[in-house]
Write a protein that binds this ligand. Structure first.
Ligand code: SAH
Length: 395
């Protein structure tokens, strides 16, 4: 094993690592034999001197993100193995051979035992987004491994971490191309077409994680009047229109998002499609909404990024859902989501419950929704299940 700074945990604080949870909180650290630099590999030990894992050190509330729970040399072969495993997993799911889809996630951080690293693939463009400095420092190494494993299937590699790394590193971590320089591309998702701009777009360029929920929506959209609230690229709207929706409204507070929606509508349909793009605030728009919508989608940005704002976030979900539940037509369907990692499935369901109770309407749960297979949930890290949603039927 390499010569690494040793970090000893307080007694009793080793349980989480023993159960393979990859986060070591700074409060669990008893002492460090030396001072690791930000992003350095460190070895984590229990107070009884048992090796718990090896991970990336960072001066933050999560002090170490464990990448191996066993003795290991962390070199190119180690990362090659991890990335190969992640690709093999996706091959097993059938995703990589589905000809109707060429946008997917190849590395889902803790879900792929690579905490701090997100890698998305958009029809030839690979976008790497790092959330830890340790992962960021390996960007060239990862780019080389992906190139070796995927060959000509990738023409561009873009590193987009300036807004996701800890604040102290953002200025130095300029977003850059490590291979090629293609900024935009058209992708297909279950045969639907989308224009992606990896530089200008939100996150890595697209919300790939809603793929299966959009497909589910299509099952219910025929002949419906649909409101797609927080629409961004208009992806839910495009599925609804393909599935025969009567009329679709896409609403987003960002002008750029609605422009992107219009572009995507034009990619998929001819000019007589019954779609309206609206730039508006969700809460205001819902307040004035007519009561003849058959299907409403609520896919807001994360209301809580931290535990300390959880109560406010839950109130936010309640208020938002209440407005939609008040307005939706009798016999209508609501697709409602939360992508906040700190909001549990139970808490989200309780918020929708409280919203429903305030309206006094009859509300039934048809489906519980989650994230697709390329966003795997690590069983030891329940936080990797961040996307949750409900389809409810309202009378
Ligand atoms: N449903 C989308 C993803 C939504 S991301 C998809 O399938 O791809 C969240 C979107 O909410 C962003 O585009 C953001 O501009 C928008 N947004 C944020 N706050 C808003 C508000 N108060 N009212 C309306 N839209 C808002």
């Amino acid at each position: 094993m390499q010569d690494l700074v040793k970090i000893i945990l307080k007694s009793g604080k080793d349980q989480s690592a023993k159960r393979f949870h990859p986060w070591v909180f700074s409060g669990a650290v008893k002492k460090m034999h030396g001072q690791p630099a930000e992003g350095d590999l460190v070895a984590v030990y229990s107070n009884q001197d048992e090796l718990l894992g090896i991970g990336h050190y960072q001066q933050s509330s999560i002090a170490v993100r464990i990448i191996s729970f066993h003795e290991a040399t962390i070199d190119r072969d180690f990362w090659y193995g991890k990335i190969s495993n992640a690709i093999a997993y996706r091959r097993t799911t059938g995703l990589l051979s589905d000809e109707s889809t060429n946008a997917y996630r190849l590395i889902h951080a803790e879900g792929d035992e690579m905490p701090g690293l997100i890698v998305d693939f958009y029809n030839g463009i690979l976008v790497m987004q790092m959330h830890s400095i340790g992962m960021y420092q390996n960007r060239e190494l990862f780019a080389g491994i992906f190139k070796e494993l995927l060959g000509d299937a990738i023409t561009t590699i873009y590193v987009k971490s300036s807004s996701t790394l800890p604040a102290a590193f953002r200025d130095t971590a300029e977003d850059t191309f490590l291979l090629g320089n293609q900024q935009s591309v058209e992708v297909q998702e279950y045969g639907h077409h989308f224009a992606i701009d990896v530089v200008e777009g939100q996150k890595t360029g697209f919300f790939i994680d809603q793929r299966d929920n959009r497909k589910l929506l299509a099952q219910y959209a025929r002949d419906k009047k649909v409101l797609n609230m927080f629409g961004y690229t208009g992806a839910f709207s495009i599925y609804a229109l393909h599935a025969g929706a009567r009329e679709v409204y896409t609403v987003d507070s960002s002008q750029k998002a609605i422009e992107l929606t219009d572009k995507n509508i034009a990619l998929n349909f001819n000019s007589d499609v019954n779609h309206h793009g609206v730039v508006a605030d969700a809460f205001k728009y819902l307040q004035e909404l007519p009561d003849d919508f058959d299907l409403i989608i609520l896919d807001p940005p994360a209301f809580a990024k931290h535990h300390n704002v959880l109560p406010n976030a839950l109130q936010g979900y309640k208020r938002l859902n209440q407005r939609a539940l008040e307005k939706i037509k009798s016999g209508g369907l609501l697709f409602t989501f939360s992508c906040s990692q700190v909001v549990s499935k139970e808490n989200f369901r309780k918020s929708v419950f409280a919203a429903a109770a305030n309206t006094g309407r009859s509300v039934k749960i048809l489906h519980e929704m989650s994230q697709p297979v390329d966003h795997p949930v690590n069983i030891y890290h329940p936080e990797s299940e961040y996307l949750k949603g409900l389809v409810v039927y309202v009378v």
